[in-house]
Design a protein around this ligand. Structure first.
Ligand code: PEP
Ligand code: MG
Length: 587
């Protein structure tokens, strides 16, 4: 096949070279045809074989479950195995093939549609929900029948070729991304997605090259095609010529050498050339990310996105993690960080982080019942999370961070619920840190514009630039069609950012940035110039940012800041920021 190049949005840097592994979309459009009478038994056997393969797949997943995975995960696999063995899946479709001569896929889909319709009628919500389990089991069998890859190949045997595999998909949900955490994949390419969609963020946290917003890459790239991802340029080259491959291999080797050099900075304190210490913190999704954060030299966790404990639990017997399960996760994180502070953000569910894809019904989820709005609407769930976080605070320094606040009453209600949770723990005789610090995410323009409300009530602030940009510029951060409008250097964004940092400093309360801007070395000096002294980012970005800080001189940055913050013309802002970066760096 001739080589071709696709252009998209660069979201995670570096170069990946490997063979494509196509992830099939969840819903399959199957072929419908009638089987000649003499081939009916062969068709029946084809379906039986596919069902047996899925039984084996489920067994393998069950065997490979990490020891610390939630108990519900095992139960969920058991439920799927039971469904697969039930005559309604294991036998009725075979009868359909025999009686109606349908091909295996058609017979299976017919039966699943029939069962789904019956489930819709059921009044009991729990039983009704089992419909999605049946559909998932059906999809698994269909994918085996159609030969479409459905699950990730195991790399438990350390097969090196898996490490070079490039995952190509129409879209990958943040929850699905979690399954990549333990696997050594080379890179990601998706048709959908934007610079700061949560899928992109997880790809960066895995430190593997990725390009998103590729429109129809998953249709154009074939299983096992050779693929190069240039994560810096957002370019994907399919079936490259040998000379191109060679060139990229050299670039890849150089990047690896540069990265090794950065590793030497691990223990070096982050201090500007003129002696100002800067705090570098890690963003994490799960407690297991803590060793990586320590390894990168993080001084603590600036953002623990707790919603990742809640996501992707569709079909579980128990859909939300219990208070105890959460407590164990938070405790694990704070113990792993060995005395360094861990900032746990309360559940920030909604928009591109749905609890369950099937539940996303809001007309405009990014503006809907998400994050703190959802928590205040579900007080029992919120109280359980607050108690779990508070209980973990008895084991090390924890800070509580509330997302998406915009109104004074939301702050007051959140604080009141924290007090209520403390009271419940006191009554139960459970230990916690009574002086736990509580902070607010500043990520809605209204919050940045009414900062005195926050400064008065909160112990610290953390600016979520990802959402602040989304809401200031009215751009869906996950929508590739408007990705070109997502500009962190828009003067309105710079104004909100710099005024928040300045007001926090004036009031004497700590302000950090935990959005993706904090980990972008092109913007490190700009943020230093605004007065930012606390940056929270993926551990993988931390050493490069540290290097930039070590080469920066606050005195040299200061004279440029007025010009940048007053400018309105994007080209002027861009060139001033580039100049800022070039000036302090050694040639
Ligand atoms: C942000 O909005 O910048 C942020 C850090 O939170 P999230 O990306 O999880 O929405
Ligand atoms: Mg946010």
């Amino acid at each position: 096949m001739a080589s071709f190049t696709l252009h998209g949005i660069p979201v995670s840097r570096g170069i990946a070279i490997g063979r494509a592994h196509i992830l099939a979309p969840a819903a399959l459009d199957v072929k419908h045809y009638l089987v000649p009478q003499e081939q009916v038994e062969a068709e029946v056997q084809r379906l039986q074989k596919a069902i047996a393969t899925v039984h084996k797949e489920l067994q393998t997943i069950w065997n490979d479950l990490p020891k610390d995975s939630p108990a519900e995960l095992g139960a969920f696999i058991d439920v799927h195995a039971l469904i697969l063995s039930d005559p309604m899946i294991a036998e009725v479709p075979l009868d359909i093939i025999r009686s109606r001569y349908y091909n295996a896929e058609w017979a299976l889909v017919t039966q699943i549609d029939e069962l789904s319709a019956q489930f819709d009628e059921i009044e009991d919500a729990y039983l009704r929900e089992r419909k999605s389990d049946i559909q998932q089991v059906g999809e698994r069998v269909l994918k085996v029948l159609t030969g479409t890859a459905s699950t990730l190949p195991s790399n438990a045997d350390g097969d090196e070729s898996v490490g070079r595999m490039i995952v190509v998909a129409h879209d990958i949900s943040p929850a699905d991304m979690l399954q990549f955490k333990d696997r050594a994949f080379g890179g990601f390419v998706t048709d959908l997605g934007g610079q700061n969609s949560h899928t992109a963020i997880v790809a960066r946290s895995l430190d593997i090259p990725a390009a998103v917003g590729m429109f129809n890459a998953s249709a154009l790239i074939q299983q096992d095609d050779w693929v190069i991802i240039d994560g810096d340029a957002g370019v994907v080259i399919v079936d490259p010529a040998p000379s191109v491959l060679e060139q990229y291999r050299e670039r890849q080797a150089k990047l690896l050498r540069d990265r090794k050099k950065l590793g030497k900075l691990r223990k070096t304190p982050a201090i500007t050339r003129d002696g100002t210490p800067i705090t570098l913190l890690a963003n994490i999704e799960l407690p297991d990310d803590c060793p990586g954060a320590l390894e990168a030299g993080a001084m603590g966790v600036g953002l623990f996105r707790s919603e990742f404990l809640f996501m992707g639990r569709t079909g579980y017997v128990n859909k939300l993690p219990s208070e105890d399960e959460q407590f164990e996760s938070y405790r694990k994180a704070v113990v792993a960080m060995k005395g360094r502070p861990v900032t746990i953000r309360t559940l920030d569910i909604g928009a591109d982080k749905p609890l369950d894809a099937a539940e996303q019904t809001a007309l405009n989820p990014a503006l809907g019942l998400r994050a703190i709005r959802f928590c205040l609407a579900e007080p029992q769930m919120f109280l359980a999370q607050l108690r779990a976080i508070l209980r973990a605070s008895a084991y090390g320094p924890i800070k509580l961070l509330i997302p998406m606040l915009a109104h004074a009453f939301e702050i007051d209600q959140s604080l009141a619920m924290i007090e209520q949770a403390k009271g419940q723990l006191r009554d139960a005789g459970k230990k916690f840190d009574p002086l736990i610090q509580v902070g607010a995410m500043i990520e809605i323009p209204a919050a940045a514009l009414t900062l005195p409300l926050f400064v008065k009530r909160m112990d610290f602030l953390s600016i979520g630039t990802n959402d602040l940009i989304q809401y200031t510029l009215a751009i869906d951060r996950a929508d590739h069609e408007v990705a070109h409008l997502y500009n962190p250097l828009h003067p309105a964004v710079l104004y909100l950012l710099s005024s928040t940092i300045a007001m926090g400093a004036k009031a004497g309360i700590p302000v950090s940035v935990c959005g993706e801007m904090a980990g972008d070395i092109k913007l490190t000096r700009l943020l230093l110039g605004m007065g930012l002294r606390e940056f929270s980012m993926h551990p993988t970005q931390l050493l490069a940012v540290k290097q930039e800080i070590l080469n920066s001189d606050l005195g040299a940055i200061a004279p440029h800041m007025k010009k940048i913050l007053r400018a309105m013309e994007p080209s002027m802002i861009m060139s001033a920021v580039e100049q800022l970066r070039a000036e302090g760096n050694p040639a």
